[in-house]
Every structure is written in structure tokens, then in C-alpha cells.
Design a protein around this ligand. Structure first.
Ligand code: GAP
Length: 442
């Protein structure tokens, strides 16, 4: 059963500690659009950096790309989004709310008591009509049909239309991939669950171009590698699982599709999709643009349209997954301790430097250590309040190491490093602190 109270606590912690704020809050907020605060921006950046490292820097067969959000409108005709990127929408004439017709079971009518839309005698639902999820805008000064462009609903298309540019500019040969991180926009009818489903979000997508016939094998490899990546950022393996798309569920472009799902307090839900897209994308762009997009394999002296294996994850969704996975409450000495137990490599702040007291030269020593560490990682300095309180504040921010400068520091050059998860302490020489933290970030 959905545990909404955990989500409420996480949303409240995110606001209080500066992970995530509602967009334009002083104006009453904008529906399902969120801003990342000082800790949130670091957390999400760590997600994206680790993805980029695993997908681009650590491999020889993937190139990076940063395509524009606005694209030629024909792109979205070729991709099938103009005709088919729709959800069935119903309006309620009584309460003026809108719902996804295929998700009525999960929706709630705003009238009390809480029931699903259509279940109150006063509900008056319209027939479903198809609603396109792409945001439209106009390019140039004239707001006319011919000037309509879309905010991209996925980053993938920027990769397909640049596939030959990247191939020509790099030394890659099929099989190879192109990776991109960027914003995407969808006018979702029923967004929700905090940053899980939003109208503006970031995707981390990689398209791998392969020879037809080798696609099933690459698809399996990518499934394995992507699941391993989610484990590597610290997500509990028991809360990750596969969901295979049955024939009725497959997107128009997909020959096979698997989702990596996570067990959220609101149930199992997708965090990443791995798709075997066949030659749908390059085939359609070839047809709509009139440009040949075939690949010439010199060694085999043959031409073909590569098949594509796609891995598509949401940076915001993975960030939410990390928050949910890391959140825990423990009773310590009769008090509740709230901890975000992030993997140190993901934690927004890697270490805090805390002088035990504000005298006896401790602040001066602590500041020196703080500036030393700050050259290497995001570090926080805190000298206000009892040491126990300061530890708790860092636990809530997910900081894995608290370096406390005490009476012994001046004498032997060591500090106490208090470990967030175990709450145990070890003494570390200040000259070894950077190394101590660094080797735990991997
Ligand atoms: N190019 C394929 C594609 O876009 P998708 O399953 O629609 O596939 C991929 O989206 C991923 O993007 C999802 O697994 C999810 O992590 C993220 N995503 C999709 N819609 C989202 C939304 N409204 N809010 C946040 N993340 C979203």
C-alpha cells in the first residue's frame, strides 16, 4: 500500500534543507514545475556527472552531444510525436478537473469524500479526447501556424538528426553511441508525485547504433550495464526490478522494451527505459528529410540503416529515487535522527568541518582544514550550536563525513572523523583527510 507520509516527509525535508522548491512559489507555484536549491543542484549534478562518466568518458565507443531544445518542426512529424504523442483526456463538467482517461483508477476527484473521478453522483465526465503533450511556441516575431515549433519532449531526436555529423566528425564506426543530457518538456495531464512526473525535466539518453541483426545482443548488454549503473550509485538492489513491455504496451517505435523500475512509497514505477528501436528513427528521418542516412561499412563493403538501442533515464527521477532510497529515520538516545544515507560519491556535500568549540585556536585550525578540503570537494563549515546538533544537521543533508577539530588537533594534527551511517568515529591525520574522503567517493 502506498505510504504517502514518507513522501510528505521527503518533500518537506527537500524544501527545508534546500534540495527542491516549488517553482514561482511566491506566486502560488506553477503546476508540476520544480526548482533545485543549493543541495538539490549538487545532488542532481552528481547524478548527471556519474552518468556522463559511465556512458561517455569511461568508454571509447560513445560520443557526447548537446543538441538544441528547439528543432525543425518536421522532426516531430517524422518521429511520430505530432500524430501520436497523445494521452486520452476527460474533463469533469462539475469540478472542472481534467484526468487521464486511462488512469482514472489512480486519480482522485477533488470532491469529498475522496473517490475516483466519475464515482460521485455529481461527476459529469466528458468522452475522452486525444491531447498532444508537446508544448508549442513560435519562432520569430509572428505568431502563426507556419512559425510553430515545439519544446522537445525527448532529447533522442537531437541525436538521430546529428548521427551523421557525429560519425563524420569522430573516428567512430558502427557499433557506436551518442549520449546527451538535456531538458525535455511534456504537458502531462496528471503530473505528480513531486519530481517524479513533471512538465519540465531532464533526460539522460544514449542511442547506440548497431548493425541490423546484432541489435538483440546489444540490447541485452545495455540492459545489464544500465541496471548495474543504478546499483553503482547506491540504490538498494531489492528495490529495483525489470518490467518487460508486452505487445500491447510497446511504443510505436519499439521492437522490444524493458523498464527499470524502483519501488517508491507510491508503488513500483519506471526510472529508465531500454528500447530496441530497430531502424524506425533513421528510416523516418531519411524519409522525411530526403537525405540518405545509411551507413557504409567499408570493411564489409555494405550499406545499411543502423538499428538503434536506446537507454533513456530521467535525471530528476533518478534524483528522487536517490532521495527516497536514502531517507531513513532512526531512534538514537530517545530522539529521532533523520538521515539521508547517500553513497558518498552522490552526496551533495562530501564533508563538514566543525570546530568542537569556538575558542582555544580551534576555529582557526578548522578554517584552514576547511579551505584545504574545499579545493577538492564541496565542503561545509559549521561552528554554531552543540556538536550533536551539528551532526544531525549534516545527517539530514546526507553528508557522509564530519571532521571535528578538538583539543587534540593542535597537539598531534589529527581530527575526529565521524561517519554518518555507523555514527562511529576515527582519528585521521589532517594531511590524509583529502585521501580519506576521496577513496570513499568511488
Ligand atoms: N526517448 C525515449 C523516451 O523519452 P520515455 O519512457 O518517455 O522514453 C524516458 O522517457 C525517461 O524519461 C523515463 O524513464 C523517465 O525517467 C523520464 N521521464 C519521462 N517523462 C517524465 C516526466 N514527465 N517527468 C520526469 N521524468 C520523465
Amino acid at each position: 500500500m502506498a505510504d504517502t507520509s514518507v513522501m510528505e516527509k521527503i518533500v518537506s525535508l527537500c524544501k527545508r534543507r534546500g534540495f527542491v522548491f516549488q517553482s514561482s512559489e511566491i506566486y502560488g507555484g506553477l503546476g508540476s514545475v520544480w526548482d533545485y536549491g543549493p543541495l538539490g543542484v549538487e545532488l542532481k549534478k552528481n547524478v548527471k556527472d556519474r552518468w556522463w562518466r559511465a556512458m561517455v568518458h569511461a568508454r571509447d565507443d560513445i560520443e557526447g552531444l548537446d543538441a538544441a531544445i528547439l528543432m525543425h518542426p518536421r522532426v516531430w512529424e517524422a518521429s511520430g510525436h505530432v500524430a501520436g504523442f497523445t494521452d486520452p483526456l476527460v474533463d469533469c463538467k462539475t469540478c472542472k478537473s481534467r484526468f487521464r482517461a486511462d488512469k482514472l483508477e489512480d486519480a482522485r476527484c477533488p470532491q469529498k469524500p475522496s473517490k475516483k473521478p466519475g464515482d460521485h453522483t455529481t461527476c459529469e465526465l466528458t468522452e475522452p479526447r486525444m491531447f498532444n503533450l508537446m508544448f508549442k511556441t513560435f519562432i520569430g516575431p509572428v505568431e502563426e501556424q507556419a512559425a510553430t515549433v515545439y519544446l522537445r519532449p525527448e532529447t533522442a531526436q537531437g541525436i538521430y538528426v546529428n548521427y551523421q555529423n557525429v560519425l563524420n566528425a569522430s573516428r567512430q564506426r558502427v557499433p557506436f553511441g551518442i549520449a546527451q543530457i538535456g531538458k525535455a518538456f511534456r504537458n502531462e495531464i496528471t503530473p505528480g508525485n513531486f519530481i517524479f512526473r513533471t512538465r519540465e525535466f531532464e533526460q539522460m539518453e544514449m542511442q547506440f547504433f548497431v548493425k541490423p541483426g546484432s541489435d538483440a545482443e546489444w540490447f541485452e548488454r545495455w540492459r545489464e550495464w544500465r541496471m548495474e549503473w543504478h546499483r553503482s550509485i547506491g540504490l538498494a538492489p531489492a528495490r529495483l526490478r525489470w518490467h518487460v513491455h508486452g505487445p500491447g504496451e510497446l511504443a510505436h517505435y519499439a521492437r522490444a522494451a524493458y523498464d527499470i523500475e524502483y519501488e517508491f512509497p507510491f508503488g513500483w514505477n519506471e526510472i529508465e527505459g531500454i528500447h530496441n528501436r530497430g531502424d524506425f528513427d533513421l528510416g523516418r528521418h531519411q524519409e522525411y528529410s530526403g537525405k540518405k542516412l545509411e551507413y557504409f561499412d567499408q570493411a564489409a563493403n555494405e550499406r545499411y540503416l543502423p538499428f538503434i538501442v536506446e537507454t533513456s533515464a530521467g535525471a530528476d527521477r533518478v534524483t528522487l529515487t536517490l532521495l527516497v532510497d536514502a531517507y531513513r529515520e532512526e531512534i538514537v538516545e530517545g530522539e529521532t535522527r533523520v538521515v539521508l544515507g547517500f553513497h558518498p560519491g552522490i552526496a551533495p556535500i562530501k564533508a563538514a568541518v566543525l570546530p568542537l568549540v569556538k575558542k582555544d585556536g580551534m576555529p582557526e585550525l578548522a578554517e584552514r582544514i576547511y579551505h584545504d578540503l574545499k579545493r577538492h570537494f564541496p565542503v561545509f563549515y559549521d561552528d554554531s550550536g552543540a556538536i550533536g546538533r551539528r551532526y544531525r544537521r549534516m545527517d539530514e543533508a546526507g553528508t557522509p563525513f564530519c571532521c571535528t577539530v578538538d583539543g587534540q588537533t593542535a597537539a598531534d594534527g589529527t581530527v575526529t572523523v565521524r561517519l554518518r551511517d555507523e555514527m562511529t568515529q576515527v582519528r585521521v591525520d589532517t594531511s590524509k583527510l583529502v585521501e580519506f574522503v576521496r577513496e570513499r567517493l568511488v
